[in-house]
Design a protein around this ligand. Structure first.
Ligand SMILES: [Zn+2]
Length: 465
């Protein structure tokens, strides 16, 4: 009987890892980093509950670190198989893993130098050298359509509309005399967003559905994202402040650039300098332009309008080195700084916040999901001080949540995606959500569709028969 084990993103939003087993073979779907509370992050340092050397294949739904960021540990600990992903996911994963190792090394060096951490020997979880063998193991698979991993495992990919290359994967397990079909939703994006196509529900009957539930208990606030962003930029610039946007180099950075550029061209906001403070952001933006297979029609029209690069604002500054990053601290006129990490759990955004949070003229825009236990969540919940580099920093800046820029489907969008399945799955498991979100989506599914649904539990194994 084929089996599936939830090795992450069960009871939490991060750490996506699902192990499918059939006919003596093992396939790992995603290999994400746990992010958020200390307790979750501790799991990244523990040995894997399955010997990585015993896993035959791995496959990725998309490049985000909570789906790929543990790959260097998996390979370090003995995984020797291929890691399948579509071409844009391979390119983005390459950027993200290098960025992740680099930022961890920077954080560890700073912690050692300044001696501010409670850890006696602050280390990076993995180094840049440990990323290299992962990159060699990445093997291309088609962006859409079918693909045989092995005689047992067949994959069909569908566009999930979440970030460039993001997919929902239909896994067909073939054993003698039996086929089992499992749908992994991956992260589901939003309908009618700029740049990317809408998410596509696979039009296939599935036995088992593994569905994300990040926003299973919430809708994104209504409102036109462009108008809301224009209001913030104008308000903050008028009072002489700056805007900090915690975001990884991939996904939201391009969405913000797209809207800022449009607002500049429409003369609805002043042309402020925009600093994208990441060694990797420019390459990510190039990839967004390059991979036309993911573009929606509006973006195709923008690109061919002759008005210039729709993902580049007029005063665009890219900072690669740590020194260039620090030099942004000397900018005292209004500016916009986009810097990682998106949940303020580490990375260069910390030093921008340490400098700018105490000044009430400034603003912080939080657009992405802020997991429990992160500084981003604390800011959203109105924290008056934030601990940065071991020091309490006063939060006087305006904190603004712009869920309109989220890359994740809200509750009704998840239900819309589910409602397009041609028949009810025999089993449904909700993953990639905090317990309250997963439970809320479970209730909604039972009520609306009358399907059997359960919340996945960490380290549980289910029979897929
Ligand atoms: Zn994602």
């Amino acid at each position: 009987m084929p089996k599936l084990t939830f090795l992450g993103a069960a009871g939490s939003v991060t750490g996506s890892k699902y192990l499918a087993e059939a006919a003596g073979k093992r396939l790992l779907v995603d290999c994400g980093l746990f992010q958020g509370s200390d307790e979750l992050q501790q799991r990244n340092w523990k040995p894997f509950s399955v010997d990585p050397a015993s896993i035959n294949y791995a496959i990725l739904t998309h490049a985000h670190l909570d789906h790929t960021g543990w790959l260097p540990c998996l390979v370090r600990d003995g995984y020797r198989g291929p890691i399948f992903a579509n071409p844009s996911t391979i390119e983005l994963t390459t950027i993200l893993l290098k960025d992740s190792a680099h930022l961890q090394e920077e954080d560890a060096q700073r912690a050692q130098r300044k001696n501010w951490t409670k850890h006696p020997d602050p280390r990076a979880l993995y180094t840049s050298e440990q990323v290299e063998p992962v990159l060699k193991a990445l093997k291309p698979m088609p962006r859409s359509g079918g693909f045989d991993i092995s005689p047992e495992f067949h994959i069909d990919s569908y566009d999930a509309g979440h970030i460039l290359g993001s997919s929902s994967l239909v896994l067909t397990i073939t054993e003698p005399a039996k086929k089992t079909v499992i749908l992994f939703s991956g992260d589901i994006g939003r309908y009618s967003q700029p740049i990317l196509k809408d998410p596509a529900t696979p039009p296939v009957a599935v036995d088992v559905l593994i569905c994300e539930s990040t926003y299973g208990d919430r809708e994104h606030a209504p409102g036109d994202p462009a108008e809301l962003l224009a209001q913030v930029v104008n308000r903050v610039a008028k009072r002489g402040g700056s805007i900090i946007i915690p975001a990884f180099a991939i996904g939201r950075t391009q969405t913000f650039m797209y809207y800022l550029r449009q607002l500049e061209d429409q003369q609805r906001i002043p042309r402020l300098p925009v600093y994208v403070d990441s060694p990797m952001a420019l390459s990510a933006t190039d990839l967004y332009v390059k991979h036309k297979e993911d573009h929606d029609l509006d973006f195709v029209r923008e690109e061919s309008s002759g008005k210039g690069d729709p993902l580049s604002v007029h005063q665009f500054h890219l900072t690669r080195t740590a020194d260039e990053s620090k030099a942004i601290n000397n900018v005292t006129t209004p500016c916009i700084i986009v810097s990682a990490s998106g949940m303020v759990s580490g990375g260069r955004v910390l030093h921008h916040l340490a400098l700018r949070l105490p000044d009430a003229r400034n603003a912080v825009i939080l657009a992405g999901f802020q997991a429990e236990g992160t500084r981003g969540r604390a800011l959203l919940e109105g924290a008056k001080t934030l601990s940065l580099y071991g020091q309490p920093v006063a939060v006087n800046a305006e904190i603004i949540e712009l869920g309109q820029f989220s890359a994740h489907a809200g509750k009704s969008e998840l239900l819309r995606w589910l409602s397009a399945l041609p028949s009810p799955p025999k089993q449904t498991y909700l993953t990639h959500g905090e317990p309250s979100a997963a439970q809320a989506l479970q209730s909604a599914i039972q009520e609306k569709f009358r399907w059997k649904a359960a919340v996945a539990r960490y380290l549980d194994t289910i029979d897929l028969g």
